[in-house]
Design a protein around this ligand. Sequence first.
Ligand code: 5AD
Ligand code: SF4
Length: 469
Amino acid sequence: MRRMTAEIPQETILEEQACMQRVRGMAGRPASYFIVTYGCQMNVHDSETLTGMLENMGLSAAADRTCADFVIFNTCCVRDNAERRALGNVTWLKELKKTNPQLRVAVCGCMIQEPGMAEQILRTYPFVDLAFGTHNLYHFPTLFEQMVLKQRRVIEVVPDDLGTVPEDLPIVRSNPYQAYITIMYGCNNFCSYCIVPSVRGRERSRDSERILREAEALYRDGVKEIMLLGQNVNSYGLDRPEGMNFPKLLAAIDEIGIERIRFMTSHPKDLSPELMDVMAGSRHICPQLHLPVQHGNNRILKSMNRRYTREIYLEKVAMLRERIKNISLSTDIIVAYPGETEQEFRDTCSLVEQVRYDSAFTFIYSPRTGTPAAKMPDQVDPETASRRIQELIAIQKRITSENFEHYIGQTHHVLVDAPSRRDIHQMSGKNEYNITVNFDGSPDMIGSILPVRITEARETTLRGTLVQA
Ligand code: 5AD
Ligand code: SF4
């Protein structure tokens, strides 16, 4: 049974807004903040909401973490190394706290939702002042106020049994031309390796009217590109049967006029012909799709509980390519899943050769406590895992470079983002395929979508020259 979704009551949100005003006028509260974000776009977007709340409370952004009065770590727990990196950095702040006793430290995000983790952090890291999870992000102003007023540590972890979505929270977007819109929270898929469903909760879709209004407001603000976010956007709306499904939502957003629309993440099992048709017939949806395959072998896909086969996946890729000319595909792949044999790993390699992605994020399987795969026998040894991932990376690198060669001579449209990191006279931005393109230009081009003729392919980026009008 799918649970129905409701919004967090308006009174609650109003209380949080009143709290932000109180904190604003509070003497002795931290004056500056710094947020360290780990993990996926969902976390990046949550950090934009945290920024919005902090700015509403009168705090200003610190240039770096060493000079902030308040530092928040927005954590990820999808793989062990993400978790260790976050905790390692939290420890580093301990020293800073010795020199600046006013410094307050908070840890939030997915890691805090792991069973027992909040308690463990508070026990092991006595200098952490505040901990809260993903389900009570909207409650942050109250928690912050308690921390400042009561001069004590505050911890609040809410289990996901509410089926609610927050609305009307302030957001400070990190880029004026590109914006994220969360369309749904949580995931119902329970892939056997994945901890996300237990830390982000069940699928909850936002009301489509609210999403459309948000997209219209962004359009009016001059935003050129939006990214619709959800752990599994293709099942958007299934918990709101009276509303729109994902293809209908996309078609409605396409009408608004925002120049570029992207979305992630798409689960292959729910990638429907209806969605492909909307993509094919749209004016603004980019010809690009992130379609995590995870593995190329059917026994492993079944054990992962992915609910598609290699053949079904390849068939969907073929359908996409038939309908959307030049679509650029990217993917996520896990190697060394428990029990993965050499032959099964070869199936992943051959799938990568067959699909010829423009890019792939490759991960060594990382056991996550509480997930079915963590209890499976035959965990692959680290040396084998490392050899396999190196081999896969090498294959993908070759394919990326071969694909990129084909782009040479084409004219792409680049949303200019910033000067390139290496050279101030070079501008950098993403083309329609979500690939970084660098070209000679000037900062006044930032925020425009400009035609660039591709002249050169680098390892993960392209170079080109501006096409003069
Ligand atoms: N180990 C390794 N990779 C994982 N991912 C999710 N869970 C794990 C895990 N336990 C990868 C998947 C997913 C991406 C966001 O992270 O490939 O698509
Ligand atoms: Fe994790 Fe699978 Fe849900 Fe993606 S679809 S968040 S991999 S459970």
